[in-house]
Design a binder for this molecule. Structure first.
Ligand code: NIG
Ligand code: FE
Length: 413
């Protein structure tokens, strides 16, 4: 064996091969082994079990006495390639302006677009690398990253090329999403149709020709893109093989959830405005409801009704939404705490939501998101803690001791 982890206080989130996402009341049950071992070979989880069954030997061993071992987090929704920051808008909101009011004054996403257009590919890559190193040290092993701060063809392609370079040069598993329909840029201020046509006839074909995106996204919400525009973009993207992940129902009952489901979205994300009708539609679908409590907290929005969703039998995923405007953090341990404190999810539920279910929201459930023989050895070893319930409880503490990605221990950068 390449690496053996011994004396693990709790090895959590164990799943049999072939298990998919976890829904409804199954989310409140977590499989674990107390006093466990886990062995890694060729970057994969080779075997595991209780210590009294450990016959494995390795030149390289870690003693995890008192510690928890779990799958590294899968963060299925981020915008972590961006230029600069937006703390002035943060202050504007403290003084009483809303997210939409700031956007209408030319701030918000368009503020980031101005900076991104000026930045070179290399500068964007270096800035993003700092964020990547930070989230890895906080326990993230897989991440989805969106474009959407370019808002013209060349700048959108530039963002996606940065994401491709991050895929090629970092140990994270990365999925990229084309989000041209994030906001209407100033040059199309009174011509949203014109901008949508640019997305349909110029951006999508070029993104596809360079094979730069795994998925497509639209901000389908009040004041951003309508259900009609969303449908046109998703129809075209489908012809190029891009499956949707939709920003939906953050600001209103926008119809975004239903639009996503209609186009077989992998996930619909945000979902502050989710009623019985939306829950019924989700129950009849294979679309993962994904909640982003960092953004709801930061913008002072209402909380998405996680309890109603899970109690109705739905799966739920959690992600950070790491971006400069609505959630300037990619710290998934904090997102777990918010899931418990603000969304009233149980510790077992937030662990499913941030591992296997968020892996599903990136189409990675066969490779990641659980302790399963043959899956990638992407693992967190915690500091010594009493049990997994301590993870969301001790919010704000750094509980990650070591991170292993593809079987390799990652040195803190
Ligand atoms: O997911 N809601 C839309 N987009 C981002 C925010 C982007 C920004 O403000 O820069 C989000 O919250
Ligand atoms: Fe987002």
């Amino acid at each position: 064996m390449d690496l053996l982890i011994k004396n693990i206080r709790q090895l959590i989130q164990i799943m049999e091969p072939g298990n998919l996402c976890v829904a409804g009341n199954k989310m409140s049950h977590l499989n674990l082994i107390e006093n466990a071992w886990l062995a890694i070979k060729d970057g994969l989880i080779a075997d595991y079990g209780p210590m009294d069954s450990c016959r494995v030997k390795s030149e390289s061993e870690i003693d995890a006495s008192g510690k928890i071992v779990m799958p590294a987090f899968c963060d299925s929704h981020t915008h972590l390639v961006y230029a600069g920051s937006r703390e002035q808008e943060f202050v504007d909101r403290i003084r009483g302006l809303s997210y939409e009011e700031i956007a209408q004054r030319g701030g918000g996403i368009n503020n980031s677009a101005i900076r991104l257009r000026q930045a070179s590919e290399d500068e964007l890559y270096q800035e993003a690398l700092v964020r990547i190193n930070e989230i890895v040290s906080q326990g993230t092993g897989a991440v989805e990253i969106k474009s959407g701060y370019g808002l013209d063809t060349e700048s959108e392609l530039k963002m996606l090329r940065v994401i491709r370079r991050l895929k090629e040069t970092t140990p994270l598993t990365i999925r990229s999403t084309f989000l041209g329909a994030h906001a209407v840029p100033p040059e199309f201020a009174n011509n949203q149709d014109g901008y949508v046509n640019l997305i349909l006839h110029d951006m999508i074909p070029k993104v596809a020709a360079e094979n730069l995106a795994d998925f497509v996204d639209v901000f389908c919400d009040r004041g951003f893109f309508t259900v009609d525009h969303t449908a046109r973009i998703l129809e075209t993207a489908a012809r190029y093989g891009l499956r949707p992940k939709i920003h939906a129902n953050e600001l209103d009952f926008s119809g975004g959830i239903q639009a996503g489901i209609k186009f077989n979205a992998l996930s619909v994300d945000h979902l502050e405005y989710t009623g019985e009708e939306e829950i019924r539609a989700l129950l009849g679908s294979r679309t993962m409801p994904t909640l982003l409590p960092g953004a709801a907290l930061f913008l002072g929005l209402i909380w998405p009704p996680a309890r109603n969703m899970i109690d109705a039998g739905l799966p739920v995923a959690l992600a950070s939404d790491f971006n400069p405007g609505s959630s300037p953090t990619g710290n998934m341990m904090l997102i777990l705490a918010l899931g418990c404190i603000c969304l009233k999810m149980l510790p077992e539920e937030v662990i499913h939501a941030s591992t296997i279910n968020s892996a599903c929201a990136m189409g990675l459930e066969n490779q990641l998101g659980s302790i399963t023989t043959g899956k990638k050895a992407n693992l967190i070893i915690t500091r010594p803690i009493p049990g997994y319930g301590y993870l969301p409880y001790a919010f704000g503490s750094n509980l990650v001791d070591a991170v292993i990605l593809n079987g390799q221990i990652i040195e803190n950068k």
